[in-house]
Design a protein around this ligand. Structure first.
Ligand SMILES: NC(=O)c1ccc[n+]([C@@H]2O[C@H](COP(=O)([O-])OP(=O)(O)OC[C@H]3O[C@@H](n4cnc5c(N)ncnc54)[C@H](O)[C@@H]3O)[C@@H](O)[C@H]2O)c1
Ligand SMILES: [Zn+2]
Ligand SMILES: [Zn+2]
Length: 428
């Protein structure tokens, strides 16, 4: 049982119909719509209502768009990364007050359970009551904003207002010297990329290979160097090809492999071996996703429902790293796959690490400080600024990995003008 009200992924029954807002809703596979809907109200006494001043789209939202994640319902409000200003607070709120600038974590922690005490907030035991998640995984993750009824059915933050359960726990105040365009990314990308690096165990002098040059892969590259990696090799291709130029133009010394342009007879694994003393990298980190099959065999198996995810990328990691190397999986996988190379894993001592949904609360205060000290740079990945009103078109561009769109900042009518060093508004 959850300790808060779950499964209100839109505010039609629980919101305030007298006050309307704009929100981006899921309408079915590959279909989304910006609607006028009721604004959220306080439901539980520790709720906080946030007026949103910044949101974005994540690679994870594409999995929802594509229907790769179960249990979305027509009309659910999307979005798990957002920052804003506290609008109203529930009667049991102790720390926050109206007017405070805040960023939300993508997961909803209670602050008190076994996991929350250890700051492993993405595994909170009291904010998600989905039975199907428990039976599929043996345990379930915390509730998450805008991420289907599988993760509690909470309305998301690609909207003008949002209800944040346990507001004191799940909202981090933003200091004046951190603008929304930087602070927003404490919701997800920065803690996720940081977790991928420290949880997989990048050590001084390691060579790190990264699958996927999207915003997560880019920050994993930056943070690998930050943790002492001597070499970073990033793999992408297809419509993500341009990112193999984009990322090294910002993160100096990153090497690249285009998996769609390998010489005949070569594979990602054989190329990595050649680049790394015939032995392979020390560490591999998956920042793409299990829905992106490469060959026909797994394309059809997922299409026919024989598996939910392809094992191809994980197998590539396992056969690429050196013996006793480490492989971390941060890209999203929903369920089961066929032809997993367990033999290679066992015989050659590969450490396969599920990085989990990143426990944002474990890292976000430390990362905020590093932003203030100018030691980590979220603006490095922010390529565009769009308006919430243009969200349908923006999803389409992000989904197609349209040239040059890496990570976006989405403003609402409540946002301040672009902060120094952040992109100007692109009107669509
Ligand atoms: N674990 C977490 O807490 C967490 C949090 C946020 C995002 N994620 C996941 O991380 C992944 C990356 O997120 P993002 O926002 O950077 O997504 P993105 O979709 O922008 O980037 C993914 C990149 O992977 C590339 N790719 C696809 N197939 C590939 C292959 N076979 N080999 C190499 N590269 C391939 C794509 O071209 C693309 O550039 C997504 O799966 C997202 O859901 C996980
Ligand atoms: Zn995300
Ligand atoms: Zn908890």
């Amino acid at each position: 049982m959850a300790s808060i009200t779950t499964d209100i992924a839109n505010y039609e029954s629980t919101g305030d119909p007298q006050h309307q807002m704009k929100a981006l809703t899921w309408q079915g596979k590959n279909s989304i719509k910006l609607v006028e809907t009721a604004r959220p109200k306080i439901v539980d006494e520790q709720d906080v209502i946030v007026k949103i001043t910044g949101t974005t789209i994540c690679g994870s939202d594409l999995h929802l768009l594509h229907g790769a994640i179960p249990e979305l319902q027509k009309g659910d409000i999307l979005g798990h990364e957002f920052c804003g200003v506290v609008d109203t607070v529930g009667p049991a709120t102790a720390k926050l007050k109206p007017g405070d600038r805040v960023v939300a974590s993508f997961q909803i922690g209670c602050g008190k359970c076994f996991y929350c005490q250890r700051r492993l907030s993405s595994m909170c035991e009291r904010t998600n009551s989905s039975q199907s998640a428990s039976s599929l995984y043996g345990r379930r993750t915390a509730g998450m904003f805008g991420y289907s009824h599988f993760t509690g059915g909470f309305a998301g933050g690609q909207a003008e207002f949002v209800r944040v359960p346990y507001g004191d726990v799940n909202l981090l105040p933003l200091p004046d010297d951190v603008p929304d365009e930087k602070g927003l990314f404490l919701s997800d990308v920065l803690p996720t990329a940081w977790n991928a690096v420290v949880d997989t165990g990048v050590q001084q002098g390691d060579t790190v290979a990264i699958w996927g040059a999207g915003p997560i892969g880019q920050m994993v590259a930056e943070f690998s160097f930050y943790h002492g990696a001597s070499r970073v090799i990033i793999i992408d291709g297809g419509n993500g090809q341009w990112r193999l130029k984009y990322v090294p133009s910002i993160v100096k010394d990153v090497e690249t492999i285009d998996y769609t342009r390998l010489p005949k007879g070569e594979s990602v694994s054989s190329t990595l071996k050649k680049m790394c003393d015939g032995r392979g990298p020390d560490v591999a980190i998956e920042c793409a996703a299990g829905e992106y099959s490469k060959g026909w065999a797994h394309y059809f198996q997922t299409l026919l429902g024989m598996e939910t995810d392809t094992p191809e990328l994980v197998n590539e990691m396992i056969t690429s790293v050196r013996g006793f190397g480490r492989c971390g999986v941060t890209g999203v996988y929903a369920g089961f796959c066929n032809h997993f190379n367990i033999g290679s894993l066992m015989q050659t001592g590969i450490r396969l690490i599920g990085n989990g949904q990143a426990p944002v609360h474990l890292y976000w205060e430390q990362l905020l400080k590093l932003i203030q000290e100018d030691k980590i740079h979220p603006l490095h990945m922010v390529s565009h600024r769009f308006r919430l009103e243009d969200m349908e078109k923006t999803y389409d561009l992000f989904n197609k990995r349209e040239y040059g769109i890496q990570k976006i900042f989405v403003e609402t009518r409540f946002s301040a003008p672009p902060a120094h060093g952040s992109p100007n508004l692109t009107e669509l």
